[in-house]
Design a protein around this ligand. Structure first.
Ligand SMILES: [Cu+2]
Length: 204
């Protein structure tokens, strides 16, 4: 018998055992009446331990026509965000949220330094000059996250098997309320979930 056969058998056995594919987790996010919620953020955090996550690059929250654009941003922990002012009026961007407290005093153009969002959680941004301006930065400490489309559907791909907390957040939840949390065990099969949130504000 050729000497390489045992090695071949080992390789075949390894590929069989490690071939379990990562699953996808799809979540329909709606209000308690079943109406889809757009721009909800869903994330999976391992029940134990932590998945490696890298800061993102090139994230911008612009001010356009006296609104933030985009209104909802999802960034990973440690991500620097720039706040270019594309309007001709000056803006004064701030956050009082414990996750990231900062103030960019009245400015035009692009502020010199980006704001680094270094803790997970939700920061609510406003402008001192224009009360109608509001934006949210959702800082996630996991690479497994997605945002819901107009259909209310969000899909997280490539989820390794394991036990997770599925967290869901939407801007119409009461300010300061944490994302909802549901335990979820992921195997090799794709998963479909529904999340019903109870908004206190108008859906955006
Ligand atoms: Cu403003």
């Amino acid at each position: 018998m050729p000497r390489c056969l045992p090695l071949l058998a080992t390789v075949l056995a390894l590929s069989a055992c490690c071939g379990a594919r990562a699953a996808s987790v799809s979540v329909f996010v709606g209000d308690t009446g079943g109406k889809p919620l757009t721009d909800a953020v869903v994330m999976l955090e391992p029940a134990a331990g932590k998945l490696a996550v890298a800061p993102m690059a090139g994230v911008r929250i612009a001010q356009v026509k006296r609104q933030f654009s985009p209104q909802v941003s999802v960034v990973t922990v440690g991500t620097p965000v720039t706040f270019p002012n594309d309007d001709t009026v000056r803006h004064h961007v701030y956050s009082f949220s414990p996750v990231k407290t900062f103030e960019l005093k009245l400015y035009a153009g692009v502020p010199n330094a980006p704001v680094v969002f270094d803790k997970p959680g939700i920061a609510v941004l406003g402008c001192n000059i224009h009360d109608q301006m509001v934006a949210w930065v959702v800082v996630v400490d996991t690479p497994l996250y997605a945002r819901s489309a107009a259909s209310g559907r969000a899909r997280i791909e490539g989820v390794p098997p394991g036990s997770y907390q599925l967290r869901v957040w939407h801007s119409s939840l009461a300010e300061g309320s944490p994302p909802t949390s549901t335990a979820l065990v992921v195997g090799s099969a794709d998963i479909e979930q529904r999340a019903a949130l109870n908004p206190v504000g108008p859906s955006r």
